[in-house]
Design a protein around this ligand. Structure first.
Ligand SMILES: [Zn+2]
Length: 176
């Protein structure tokens, strides 16, 4: 019986012969970098520490490793259909022979999907929203200015409160 771990999602299984007992489900955690690159890093780390790669994590597809002596090494396939790179259980390899870790990383990086393109839609939306905000602000200032002038003028002439002696109101009143 030995313990098998996924360092990406922290899944822990206990393997005993053909039996697999899941001790920690894991699966919720995802690598911060591209999954294939994270897998490459885990494989290099396993090589350096003498850990055995025993397969792919059922929860997140990253490599499962164990530090138990005598565990059977298993191949690990990157999720990169077009890249000629894999891990044969002990070392990186291509269809034509073994690869160094650096060469494997170069191939993984070259096969990674490109980063998302510049988002024109988002830029347009942001400009539109900012423009709308500016127009709203200008209208508000104009409205506020108009009201202030209206009140000041009304106070000066008395037109607002119908004071006698000003405006056209008086002319229409019957004279005696
Ligand atoms: Zn995992």
């Amino acid at each position: 019986m030995f313990e098998v771990r996924c360092r990406a999602c922290l899944r822990v299984e206990e393997w005993s012969g053909a039996e697999r007992h899941v001790r920690v489900e894991g699966g919720g955690r995802r690598p911060a970098e591209a999954p294939a690159l994270a897998a490459w890093r885990t494989l290099v780390d396993a090589q350096e520490h003498g850990h055995t790669v025993v397969g792919a994590c059922p929860a997140c597809a990253q490599p499962l490793t164990t530090d138990a002596p005598g565990a059977t090494a298993a191949a690990y396939a990157f999720d990169l259909p077009k890249a000629d790179v894999r891990f044969d259980g002990r070392a990186f390899a291509s269809a034509s022979g073994p690869l160094t870790a650096d060469e494997a990383r170069r191939r993984v990086q070259a096969a990674l999907p490109p980063p998302p393109p510049f988002d024109v839609g988002r830029l347009l939306f942001t400009s539109w929203a900012a423009g709308l905000g500016t127009v709203g602000f200008v209208l508000w200032i104009a409205g506020a200015t108009f009201v202030v002038f209206f009140l000041v003028r009304g106070a000066q002439t008395g037109a607002l409160w119908g004071q006698r002696g000003t405006g056209v109101y008086e002319k229409d009143m019957p004279q005696d």
